[in-house]
Design a protein around this ligand. Structure first.
Ligand SMILES: CC(C)(COP(=O)(O)OP(=O)(O)OC[C@H]1O[C@@H](n2cnc3c(N)ncnc32)[C@H](O)[C@@H]1OP(=O)(O)O)[C@@H](O)C(=O)NCCC(=O)NCCS
Length: 181
């Protein structure tokens, strides 16, 4: 198999057209949609328009991870609102349902955080997550993210209101969380 960037288990690269089917299935899976701020399913046509736009964007990127062993799709990471003046961005990750709980999100984040902090010059990375998403919160805490604020009842899901939690990671805290591994 062609050697690409990534970790010992994961080949990690920017999204390409050949990933779109896997990405749409991941996005439209009930167990993913329920955790996102926008709960709408996406169609192939909508995805195509989105793909055209994001492929040319200077402020957003999408990355895909596949198993080195057999090229199976593992998941995607989004990087948005890249702000090179203030050296920060928003980040997020969805892992394919069958691949969850195997440490892949930790590995995927570690690879991209290293890249964005140590090569791209970012100072701060931020994200939002439903405060009810305990798996994501544990993952982000483990990576060194700190809870910075709550937008109360910002998300309507399954007939009730959920808080949206803002979390942030500074480059110096990323180094500390790496040292404690
Ligand atoms: C949240 C998500 C990205 C985690 O991905 P993952 O590959 O399963 O995470 P990892 O295996 O790297 O585990 C990271 C940490 O998450 C937590 N975690 C993972 N699976 C968990 C589970 N089933 N129950 C509780 N915590 C869990 C643990 O703290 C784990 O660390 P540990 O095993 O060392 O204690 C994944 O569950 C997912 O894609 N969920 C749906 C979409 C989503 O919520 N995206 C994030 C939106 S903000």
């Amino acid at each position: 198999m062609k050697q690409t960037n990534g970790t010992s288990r994961l080949a990690i690269r920017v999204m390409e057209r050949c990933d779109l089917e896997d990405l749409r299935q991941l996005h439209n899976h009930d167990g993913t949609l329920a955790m996102l701020t926008d709960v709408q399913h996406i169609t192939e046509a909508q995805q195509e328009a989105w793909y055209q736009a994001i492929s040319l964007s200077k402020t957003s990127r999408r990355y895909v991870a596949r198993l080195r062993a057999d090229d199976s799709f593992v998941g995607m990471m989004r990087v948005d609102q890249i702000d090179l003046a203030n050296r920060n961005c928003f980040i997020g990750c969805d892992i394919s349902y069958e691949m969850r709980g195997k440490g892949f999100a930790t590995e995927f984040f570690s690879y991209l955080l290293n890249y964005y902090f140590n090569n791209y010059g970012l100072h701060r990375v931020q994200l939002v997550t439903l405060s009810s998403n305990s798996q994501a919160r544990r993952l982000y805490h483990k990576l060194g993210f700190v809870e910075e604020g709550i937008s109360r009842e910002a998300i309507y899901r399954d007939g009730s209101w959920h808080d949206l939690l803002a979390m942030g990671l500074l480059k110096r805290d990323w180094r500390k969380s790496e040292d404690s591994e």
